[in-house]
Write a protein that binds this ligand. Structure first.
Ligand code: PEP
Ligand code: MG
Length: 583
C-alpha cells in the first residue's frame, strides 16, 4: 500500500530505489575474490584480527571493578575461550585458502555453519549460545572491516545494495563515508539531527538523506520501492506509476537547476553597497574539490581532516597525510586551504584511540584539540604534514574546540616546536602560516578578543556553538526543536566574535551550517560577517542573497534588534526583520 511520511530532510536531492532495512549490529560483509599471491597475507590479516579481539576483551576484563557480579567476567571468559577455539581461530584460515576469498567472507561462511549447528540443538540453553557466537564473530568482523585489504581485489559481485535506499536507526559518520563506495542511493535514519556529522557527510557525498523518520523500519519492507526527497524530508512508499514518472522528471529538473545555478560561479559576491564578501567551501574528503571549482568558491574555509582517520585500523602517518594535503593544495590552483586539525571524538569516533573510553558525555569530553594535546603522537604527524604541504600553496591551520587560552598557548607551542624541527632538518614550509581558532564554545566567543591576541583569524562553528550554548545535543533528535540559530544568546556570541575580529583587524569567518542557510544570511551580514564557508552546493543561493543585500541598512536594523532590552521586543523586531528579508 502506498503511503507518505515526513522526517527532516538533511541532504537535498530525490532518490528512487528499493528499500534495504538495516538493523543495528548487522554488518555489511564484502565478498572479494583474492589472487593466489594474496592468500597468505589475508590469513595473516585474519589472525591479527583474532589477536586484537582477544586484546580488547582482556582490556575490558581489566577494567571491571572488583565488586562486579562474577557473571560479567565469566561471560567475557567464555568469549575469550571461543576466540581461542579452532572453530574461529583456524577454520576461517582454511576457508580463505579453499574459496580464495577475503577474511570477512570466510568468517561469514564459518559463522553461518556454526549457527546452523546451534540452531539444531535440542537444549534451549545451548541454543542461546548462538548469540555468543554472533557477538564474538561481530567483534572480529568489526576489526576486519576497519583494516580493509590494501591490494586491489575483484569484488565477487556488485555491492548487493547498490542503488538501494538504506533505512536504519542511526548511522555513524564512519558508516556514512562507506556508503558512497557501496553505491547507496539515499538513506533514512529514525534518529539523528540536521547538524550531525552524518548529515553533513551526506551533503558532502551528494547522497539524498532524511533523519528523524520515526519507526521507518516498522512501516517499510525490504525491496519495496520508495521515493525520498532529501530537501523536504518526505518519503513516498510503493508509489504508483504516475508518481514515479513525476519524480523522475523532478530529479532531472533539479539537475538542470543546478547547472543553471553554477552559471554565476565567476561573479563575485558583492553587496549592493559595495562590500565584498568572501565565499569559501567546506570539504570533508579530498574528492570534494571538484565541486569547489565547479561552484566557484574562493577557497576552502574548512577542511574536516578527521574523515581521513576513519574506517581504518591505525591513523594515517605523516607521509600519507602530507601526500593528501599536498594533493588538495595542488588542485586548488592558488586558492586558500584552511586545514582544521583533527576534530575526533563525540560522534566522530575511530578505533583504538583513548577517546573511546570517555563515553558518558562525549561531546563534552576528550575531543578535538583536547585529544590532540593528550595524544601528541596523533597531533605532531598531522602538524608536520600540514606545514610541509604549506610549501606548495596558501594554507591556514585551524584549531577546533578551543575553550581556554592555556590550551591554545600549548597548541601554538607545539606548532612552534614542529616548525623548529622542520627548520633544522632543512624542510621547507610557510614560515608565516596563519593559525586560527574555531569559536565553538561559549567561553571562547565571550573572550574572543583574548584568543585573537594569539591567533590570526577566527572561524565560528555554529553547529557546536549552538549545541554548547543551548545545552542541546546536536545528534539527539528529541531536542532538535530547541536548536535555534536565532536564539538571542547565540546571536550575541556571534556578534561578540565578529566584533573581536573588527577590534583586532583580523578576519572572522563562519563555517557552521548557519552560514549555509539563506534564512540567516541577512542577519549575519547585519552583524558584520564578511566570510562565509559552507558546503559548495549552497554557495550559489547564498551569493544571490548577498548580491541583493544592502549591508549598511542590514547593520542598522540588526543593531536595533541587538539593542532590545526585553525578550518580547527582541523577538518582535527579529520576526519583522526575518519576514522582510525572507528569500
Ligand atoms: C561547527 O561546529 O560548526 C563546525 C563547523 O564543526 P563540526 O561541524 O565539524 O563540528
Ligand atoms: Mg564543530
Amino acid at each position: 500500500m502506498s503511503f507518505a511520511q515526513l522526517g527532516t530532510g538533511v541532504s537535498k536531492g530525490i532518490a528512487i530505489g528499493p528499500v534495504h532495512l538495516l538493523y543495528r549490529d548487522e554488518l555489511e560483509i564484502p565478498e572479494y575474490v583474492l589472487p593466489e599471491q594474496f592468500i597468505a597475507e589475508e590469513q595473516t590479516r585474519y589472525s591479527a584480527a583474532i589477536i586484537l579481539a582477544r586484546k580488547q576483551l582482556h582490556d575490558t576484563l581489566e577494567k571491571i571493578p572488583p565488586n562486579t557480579p562474577t557473571d560479567i567476567s565469566e561471560f567475557i571468559d567464555t568469549h575469550l575461550l571461543m576466540l581461542s577455539d579452532s572453530a574461529l581461530s583456524k577454520a576461517p584460515l582454511e576457508i580463505i585458502t579453499k574459496h580464495k576469498c577475503n577474511a570477512e567472507w570466510a568468517l561469514k561462511i564459518q559463522r553461518d555453519a556454526l549457527v546452523r549447528v546451534f540452531d539444531e540443538m535440542e537444549d534451549p540453553y545451548l541454543r542461546t549460545r548462538r548469540d555468543d557466537v554472533d557477538h564474538v564473530v561481530n567483534s572480529i568482523q568489526r576489526i576486519l572491516l576497519n583494516s580493509p585489504v590494501h591490494h586491489s581485489v575483484t569484488p565477487a559481485q556488485e555491492h548487493p545494495h547498490s542503488g538501494h535506499i538504506l533505512v536504519t536507526d542511526d548511522l555513524s559518520p564512519a558508516d556514512t563515508v562507506l556508503m558512497q563506495h557501496q553505491g547507496i542511493a539515499g538513506f533514512i535514519t529514525e534518529g539523528g539531527g540536521p547538524t550531525s556529522h552524518t548529515a553533513i557527510l551526506a551533503r558532502s557525498l551528494g547522497i539524498p538523506a532524511i533523519v528523524g523518520l520515526h519507526h521507518a523500519r516498522e512501516r517499510l519492507k525490504d525491496d519495496e520501492t520508495i521515493i525520498i526527497d532529501g530537501q523536504e524530508g518526505w518519503i513516498l512508499a510503493s508509489p504508483d506509476e504516475l508518481s514515479l514518472q513525476h519524480y523522475h522528471q523532478k530529479r532531472r529538473q533539479q539537475h538542470l537547476q543546478y547547472i543553471e545555478s553554477i552559471r554565476n560561479k565567476d561573479q563575485p559576491a558583492v553587496t549592493k553597497d559595495g562590500k565584498t564578501i568572501h565565499l569559501m567551501a567546506n570539504i570533508e574528503l579530498p574528492s570534494d574539490i571538484d565541486a569547489v571549482h565547479e561552484i566557484g568558491a574562493q577557497g576552502i574555509g574548512l577542511y574536516r581532516t578527521e574523515f581521513l582517520f576513519m574506517n581504518r585500523a591505525s591513523p594515517p602517518g605523516e607521509e600519507e597525510q602530507f601526500a593528501t594535503y599536498k594533493g588538495v593544495i595542488d588542485k586548488l590552483n592558488g586558492k586558500m586551504l584552511t586545514i582544521r586539525t583533527i576534530d575526533l571524538g563525540a560522534d566522530k569516533q575511530v578505533d583504538g584511540s583513548s577517546q573511546q573510553n570517555a563515553a558518558t558525555n562525549p561531546a563534552l569530553g576528550l575531543r578535538a584539540i583536547r585529544l590532540c594535546l593528550k595524544e601528541p603522537e596523533l597531533f605532531i604527524p598531522q602538524l608536520r604534514a600540514i606545514l610541509r604541504a604549506s610549501a606548495y600553496g596558501p594554507i591556514r591551520i585551524l584549531i577546533p574546540m578551543l575553550s581556554n587560552i592555556n590550551e591554545l598557548k600549548l597548541a601554538i607551542q607545539i606548532i612552534d616546536e614542529v616548525k623548529a624541527d622542520l627548520r633544522q632538518s632543512g624542510i621547507a614550509f610557510d614560515e608565516n602560516i596563519s593559525i586560527g581558532g574555531m569559536i565553538e564554545v561559549p567561553a571562547a566567543a565571550i573572550r574572543a578578543n583574548m584568543f585573537l591576541e594569539h591567533l590570526d583569524f577566527l572561524s565560528i562553528g555554529t553547529n557546536d556553538l549552538i549545541q554548547y550554548t543551548l545545552a542541546i545535543d546536536r545528534i539527539d533528535e528529541e531536542v532538535n526543536y530547541l536548536y535555534d540559530p536565532l536564539n538571542p544568546a547565540v546571536l550575541n556570541l556571534i556578534a561578540m566574535s565578529i566584533n573581536a575580529g573588527q577590534l583586532h583587524n583580523k578576519p572572522v569567518a563562519m563555517c557552521g551550517e548557519m552560514a549555509a542557510d539563506p534564512r540567516f544570511t541577512h542577519i549575519l551580514l547585519g552583524l558584520g560577517l564578511t566570510e562565509f564557508s559552507m558546503h559548495a552546493s549552497n554557495l550559489p543561493v547564498i551569493k544571490q542573497v548577498i548580491n541583493n543585500s544592502d549591508m549598511s541598512s542590514l547593520a542598522e536594523q540588526t543593531n536595533k534588534i541587538m539593542q532590545c532590552s526585553t525578550y518580547d521586543d527582541f523577538i518582535s523586531r527579529l520576526n519583522k526583520f526575518q519576514y522582510n528579508s525572507a528569500v
